[in-house]
Design a protein around this ligand. Structure first.
Ligand code: UDP
Length: 492
C-alpha cells in the first residue's frame, strides 16, 4: 500500500463525546507535527460519528477502524455505543461493557502487526482502557494512557478510585493520597458512585483494575498546559511515577490563533440555533456582558434547579445564552417542553433581548470566542474548561458528575478563575443565590475583575504553549515532539 497506509500509532478512546473528540484532535496534532499515520479504533457507530466530524474531508494518514461491539450482548439497549443520552443507571453497565473491546482490539492490532511486519510505535489508549497495556505489551509495543482531563482532575480521579472506600457520612473534609494537606476534599465532591464504592460494586470492579493497569503504561499524555497546571502536573508526576507529557489544549488551531475568525466547530452535531444566529445575537451586546450557560454534551440539571436558574437569571437581568435540554428524569432526546421553564420565560427573554435559549446543542467555540461573552456557567467538563480558559473567559462552576468537581475545585482554589454556584446532581439552588453569584462574577469590579484578569493571564499561557512558528516553540508543541522521539526509541 501507499505510505499513508502504514500505521505508526493505534488509538482507542473511550466511547463518549468528551473522549472521542480530544482523541481525534490528538491524532490530527501528532500527524501534523510528525507525519505519523494514526488509526483510531472504536465501535461502528462511534467510527461513523468520528468520520462525520470531518464532513467529507478525510485526512490522509488518519484511519478509522471498527471494533466489533454489540450492546445487546451486555444487557444494554440496541445500538448503545456512546454515553450520550444514557440514563445514570445504565452508565455503569455501559462502562463495564467497554471491557469487551479488549479481544476485538487485540485482533485488530495483531492484524496490523502482521500486515506491516512490525508493531506500531505505540498504542494510545483511554485511561479507562487499562486492558490496552496487556494488549500492547503482548504484541511487542508500548501503551500510552491518554487522560482527556486536566492534571489535577486526573490525579483526583485516579487516587480516589484506587484508594477506596470513601464512605463519609459526616461533613468532614478528608485528605486524598497524592494531594497536600491544604487540598482537602469534601464528601459533596464525590460522585454517588464513588461515595458508595467499596471494591465490590459494579463501578469499583470496573474502575479499579482499569486505572491500576493504566498506571503500568509507559507514560501518560495529558490535555493540559505546563504553565497553567504546574501544581497539578507536579502532583500527578509524583503520584503515578511515569512520564507525563502535557500536550494541550487539543482545540482547533485556527480558533486558538485567531479567535475572532468565524470558526465552524466540526463536532458532527447540528446546533439548535445556527452559529450565525448566535453570533448575531451576541453582536447586539456589549463586551464581556453575556453569560454563556451549558452543561456539556450529556448532562442536565434537575427540574427544580432549572426553574430556579431561570428565575435567578431573570432577576439578575444580565444577558445570557443558555443551552437547554430536558431536565433530569426525562428523555434527553425528547422535545423541550416550555413547562420546564417559568411561564412566559422564553418570550420575555427574547422580547427584551436578555436571553437566547439554544435547544440541545450550541456552537460553543463561536460563543466563547465572541467579544460579548464575559463568563461561562459550566459543569466544568475538561473540554469546556480548556475552551473557556483559552478565551480568557471566567467561570461559574456547577460540577455535576465524573471528575467535574475536581476541575471546579482546581479552578477555584488554584487558578482563581472560578466561583462555584453549587455542585452535584442532587443539590438544590435558589434563584437568589443564582442572582447573587451571577452579579458578582459578571461585575466589572472586585472579584469579577480579579477573575477576569486571571483568566486572561491563563489564556496568554495557553496561546504561547501552542506557538509553533518562529524560534521559540511553545511548551505543548515541544512536549509532543519530545513524546514522539521518546516513544520512537522505546519500542521493545
Ligand atoms: N459542546 C458544544 N455544544 C454544546 C455542548 C457541548 O459544542 O451545546 C462541546 C463543547 O465545546 C466541548 C464538549 O462538547 O468541546 C463537551 O466536553 P466537556 O469535556 O466539557 O464535557 P462532557 O460533555 O464530556 O461532559
Amino acid at each position: 500500500g501507499s505510505s499513508s497506509d502504514y500505521i505508526h500509532i493505534v488509538m482507542v478512546p473511550f466511547m463518549a463525546h468528551g473522549h472521542l473528540i480530544p482523541f481525534l484532535a490528538l491524532a490530527k496534532q501528532i500527524h501534523h507535527q510528525t507525519g505519523f499515520n494514526i488509526a483510531i479504533a472504536n465501535t461502528p457507530l462511534n467510527i461513523q460519528y468520528l468520520r462525520s466530524t470531518l464532513r467529507g474531508n478525510p485526512i490522509p494518514g488518519i484511519h478509522f477502524l471498527e471494533l466489533h461491539f454489540n450492546s445487546s450482548d451486555h444487557g444494554l439497549p440496541p445500538n448503545t455505543e456512546n454515553t450520550e443520552n444514557l440514563s445514570l443507571d445504565l452508565i455503569g453497565k455501559f462502562f463495564a461493557s467497554s471491557f469487551y473491546l479488549k479481544t476485538p482490539f487485540y485482533n485488530l492490532l495483531k492484524d496490523i502487526v502482521k500486515k506491516q511486519c512490525t508493531p506500531p510505535v505505540c498504542v494510545i489508549a483511554d485511561v479507562f482502557f487499562g486492558w490496552a497495556v496487556d494488549v500492547a505489551n503482548s504484541l511487542n509495543t508500548i501503551n500510552i494512557a491518554f487522560s482527556t482531563g486536566g492534571a489535577y482532575g486526573t490525579l483526583a480521579y485516579v487516587s480516589l478510585w484506587t484508594n477506596l472506600p470513601h464512605r463519609r457520612t459526616d461533613n468532614a473534609e478528608f485528605n486524598v493520597p497524592g494531594f497536600p494537606d491544604r487540598c482537602k476534599f469534601h464528601v459533596s465532591q464525590l460522585h454517588d458512585f464513588l461515595r458508595k464504592a467499596d471494591g465490590t460494586d459494579l463501578w469499583s470492579k470496573f474502575m479499579q483494575p482499569q486505572i491500576l493497569s493504566s498506571l503500568k503504561s509507559f507514560g501518560w499524555l495529558c490535555n493540559t498546559v505546563e504553565e497553567i497546571e504546574p501544581f497539578g502536573l507536579d502532583l500527578l508526576r509524583k503520584y503515578i511515577k511515569s512520564p507525563v507529557w502535557s500536550i494541550g489544549p487539543l482545540l482547533p488551531k485556527s480558533w486558538l490563533i485567531n479567535s475572532s475568525a468565524s470558526v465552524r466547530q466540526h463536532a458532527g452535531k447540528e446546533p439548535g440555533t445556527s452559529p450565525e444566529k448566535c453570533v448575531q445575537w451576541l453582536d447586539m451586546h456589549s463586551d464581556d456582558s453575556v453569560l454563556y450557560i451549558s452543561f456539556g454534551s450529556q448532562n442536565t440539571i434537575s427540574p427544580s434547579n432549572m426553574m430556579e436558574l431561570a428565575t435567578g437569571l431573570e432577576k439578575a437581568g444580565k444577558p445570557f445564552v443558555w443551552v437547554i435540554r430536558p431536565p433530569l428524569g426525562f428523555d434527553l432526546k425528547a422535545e423541550f417542553k416550555p413547562e420546564w421553564l417559568p411561564e412566559g420565560f422564553e418570550d420575555r427573554m427574547s422580547r427584551n433581548n436578555q436571553g437566547l435559549l439554544v435547544k440541545n446543542w450550541a456552537p460553543q467555540l463561536e460563543i466563547l470566542s465572541h467579544r460579548s461573552t464575559g463568563a461561562f456557567l459550566s459543569h466544568c467538563g475538561w473540554n469546556s474548561t480548556m475552551e473557556s480558559l483559552s478565551q480568557g473567559v471566567k467561570i461559574i462552576g456547577w460540577p455535576l458528575v465524573a471528575e467535574q468537581a475536581y476541575n471546579s475545585k482546581m479552578l477555584v482554589e488554584e487558578m482563581g478563575v472560578a466561583v462555584e454556584l453549587t455542585r452535584g446532581v442532587r443539590s438544590s439552588i435558589s434563584s437568589d443565590k443564582v442572582k447573587e453569584v451571577v452579579e458578582m462574577v459578571m461585575g466589572k469590579e472586585g472579584k469579577g475583575r480579579d477573575m477576569k484578569r486571571k483568566a486572561q493571564e491563563i489564556a496568554e499561557h495557553i496561546m504561547a504553549a501552542v506557538e509553533d512558528e518562529g524560534n521559540e516553540k511553545g511548551s505543548s508543541i515541544k512536549a509532543l515532539d519530545d513524546f514522539v522521539s521518546t516513544i520512537a526509541t522505546a519500542r521493545k
